[in-house]
Design a protein around this ligand. Structure first.
Ligand SMILES: NC(=O)c1ccc[n+]([C@@H]2O[C@H](COP(=O)([O-])OP(=O)(O)OC[C@H]3O[C@@H](n4cnc5c(N)ncnc54)[C@H](O)[C@@H]3O)[C@@H](O)[C@H]2O)c1
Ligand SMILES: O=C(O)C1=N[C@H](C(=O)O)CCC1
Length: 253
C-alpha cells in the first residue's frame, strides 16, 4: 500500500487524484496539504505541512511554482520522495529541485500522460529527419482559461526534447510581435492559446517546402495526468535519491 501526501489537494488536479486513489486498493492518501481548506476530503488536510502528524511514503505535488521550494525543504527534512507535477518553475526553483535530488528521489514531469511521454520520443526522430530537409518547427499549445503559466510545461518539454536531438542548436521564440524579421532557420516558435475548459492540446508542426507534418496530442480528461501521477508515486516510493521522469515509470527502471 503506497501512502500518499497530496500537496495542492484542493485544486483541480488534487481532487482528480483524490477520486482516482479512492478506487485504488494499492494506494491511499493519508494527508493533504493546501492553503485553501474549504473542501471536505476523506483524509486530514493541513494548511501548514509542518503540522502533519501521519506517516507517508511519497508526496504528489500539483500546486503552484512558488510553493515548490518550501515543499522541497519539507520533503528533504522527512526524506520523502516527491512526484513534482507543477509547471512554470523558474531557473532558481529548478535549481533547488535539482540540488534536492542529491538527497531524495524526485520525479519531475510537466506531463504525466502516456501519450505525451511517447510523443516526447517520437518528435526526436521527426526533428532529425525533417530539419535535415530544412523544415521549420513550431509548437502550439492550448489550455483552459484558469492556467497561470505560459507556455505550458509540456510545450517546453517538446521543445527541449527536439533541441536535444539537434545538438541544442535551436533557440526558442515566444512572441513574434517584438521581432520584425523573418524567422531564423534554427528557432522553435512556441505559441499559447488560453480559453474555456480546454484540458490540454499540443501540436508540433514541421513545415517544409510544399509539405507539413503535424504531431498532435489531445487530452480529453484530466484523469490521464492523475493516473500517471499515481503510477509515478507507486514507482518513486521504492526509489532512492536521484532525478527521475515518466520514461523511468513507463520502462520500469
Ligand atoms: N504534470 C502534469 O501532467 C500536469 C497536469 C495538470 C496540471 N499540471 C500543473 O499542476 C499545477 C496545478 O494545476 P491545477 O489545475 O490543479 O491548479 P489549481 O489552481 O486548481 O490547484 C492548485 C492548488 O494548489 C494550492 N496551493 C497554492 N499555493 C499553495 C501552497 N503554498 N501550499 C499548498 N497549496 C497551495 C491551491 O490552493 C490549489 O488548491 C499547475 O502548475 C499545472 O500546470 C501539471
Ligand atoms: O492544466 C494544466 O495546467 C496543465 N498543465 C501541464 C503543462 O503545463 O504542460 C500539463 C497539461 C495540463
Amino acid at each position: 500500500m503506497t501512502r500518499i501526501i497530496m500537496h495542492g489537494c484542493n485544486g483541480k488536479m488534487g481532487q482528480v487524484i483524490s477520486r482516482i486513489v479512492e478506487d485504488d486498493k494499492d494506494a491511499v492518501i493519508v494527508a493533504g496539504i493546501d492553503v485553501n481548506d474549504n473542501i471536505a476530503n476523506p483524509y486530514p488536510v493541513f494548511t501548514d505541512m509542518n503540522s502533519i502528524d501521519v506517516e507517508g511514503d511519497v508526496i504528489i505535488d500539483f500546486s503552484t511554482a512558488k510553493a515548490v521550494p518550501s515543499l522541497i525543504d519539507y520533503a528533504k527534512s522527512k526524506k520523502l520522495p516527491v512526484v513534482l507535477c507543477t509547471t512554470g518553475l523558474n531557473d532558481e526553483q529548478l535549481n533547488i529541485v535539482n540540488e534536492a535530488s542529491k538527497e531524495i528521489a524526485i520525479l519531475l514531469s510537466a506531463n504525466m500522460s502516456l501519450g505525451v511521454n511517447l510523443l516526447l520520443n517520437l518528435v526526436k526522430k521527426a526533428a532529425k529527419t525533417l530539419t535535415a530537409a530544412n523544415f521549420d518547427i513550431e509548437i502550439i499549445e492550448k489550455h483552459h482559461n484558469q492556467k497561470i503559466d505560459a507556455p505550458s510545461g509540456t510545450a517546453l518539454a517538446f521543445a527541449d526534447s527536439i533541441n536535444e536531438s539537434l545538438n541544442n542548436e535551436y533557440s526558442y521564440t515566444y512572441d513574434r510581435t517584438i521581432v520584425k524579421a523573418k524567422r531564423d532557420s534554427k528557432e522553435i516558435g512556441i505559441h499559447s492559446v488560453r480559453g474555456g475548459t480546454i484540458v490540454g492540446e499540443h501540436s508540433i508542426i514541421f513545415a517544409g517546402k510544399d509539405e507539413v507534418v503535424e504531431l498532435n496530442h489531445n487530452a480529453l480528461s484530466k484523469d490521464i495526468f492523475g493516473v500517471g501521477a499515481v503510477n509515478a508515486a507507486k514507482f518513486l516510493s521504492q526509489k532512492s535519491k536521484g532525478m527521475y521522469d515518466m520514461q523511468n515509470v513507463i520502462e520500469g527502471n
